[in-house]
Design a protein around this ligand. Structure first.
Ligand SMILES: CSC[C@@H](O)[C@@H](O)C(=O)COP(=O)(O)O
Ligand SMILES: [Zn+2]
Length: 209
């Protein structure tokens, strides 16, 4: 089981690396391994996530503490992943920094959310109605990680979702790694679309959905 989950997360990491979504060692990923006790694999802190090595992940418990002591440190943002696995049935959570998600978080940060409507790709969030509105919350980038995790956790109410951290990045989660990756890719598509749209229609910034 552990080996299978390890390889699954390593494959996701490789795909996201191919998209160049781990600039400057940023980003962290996690995958649940067991519910009782709650344990998940998380990326080791500060690594170049474009490389595939035997030190890429370590197993942590429900508090984000390593299950076995070794030379690896869990991601500095492990507590955000803890929020997800404690509160939902999610199986995988992904955090990346991209230019697009950072710019969107700054442009819409004062609103506390960015909304999308009338876009085919919001179906990736399981929203199928024609007039559905997707809201992605934007939270402050608290340097104190327990505070950041607490603010983040207030938006973790479903088994899949996405939260932007202002001028930092996005964290998404899903029941499976497939779903988490789908939500991440759809979010980045929507962000790039919105930024491109603003180049052509700057007044769209003030449009209320
Ligand atoms: C220099 S990368 C930025 C980090 O502070 C952090 O935001 C991040 O995403 C990666 O931290 P990590 O501890 O490697 O998981
Ligand atoms: Zn980060």
């Amino acid at each position: 089981m552990l080996k299978r989950k390890w390889n699954e997360l390593a494959d996701v990491k490789e795909e996201l690396a191919q998209r160049d979504w781990f600039m400057g060692t940023s980003g962290n990923l996690a995958i649940k391994v067991s519910d009782h006790p709650l344990q998940f694999l998380v990326t080791a802190s500060g690594k170049d996530k474009r490389k595939r090595t035997n030190d890429d992940f370590l197993l942590v418990d429900e508090f984000g503490r390593p299950v076995e002591e070794n030379h690896l440190r869990p991601s500095a943002e492990t507590l955000l992943h803890v929020e997800i696995y404690r509160k939902t049935n999610a199986g995988c959570s992904l955090h990346v920094h991209t230019i697009d998600n950072n710019v969107i978080s700054e442009v819409y940060g004062d609103n506390g959310e960015v909304t999308f409507k009338g876009q085919e790709l919001i179906k990736a969030f399981d929203m199928w109605e024609e007039d559905a509105v997707l809201k992605i919350p934007i939270i402050r980038n608290h340097a104190h990680i327990p505070t950041l995790a607490h603010c983040f956790g207030e938006h973790v109410t479903r088994d899949s979702g996405a939260v932007l951290i202002r001028n930092h990045g996005i964290t998404v989660w899903g029941r499976t790694s497939f779903e988490a990756k789908k939500i991440l890719e759809a979010s980045e598509f929507l962000f790039r679309y919105q930024l491109r749209l603003l180049e052509h229609k700057p007044y769209q910034l003030f449009k209320v959905v």
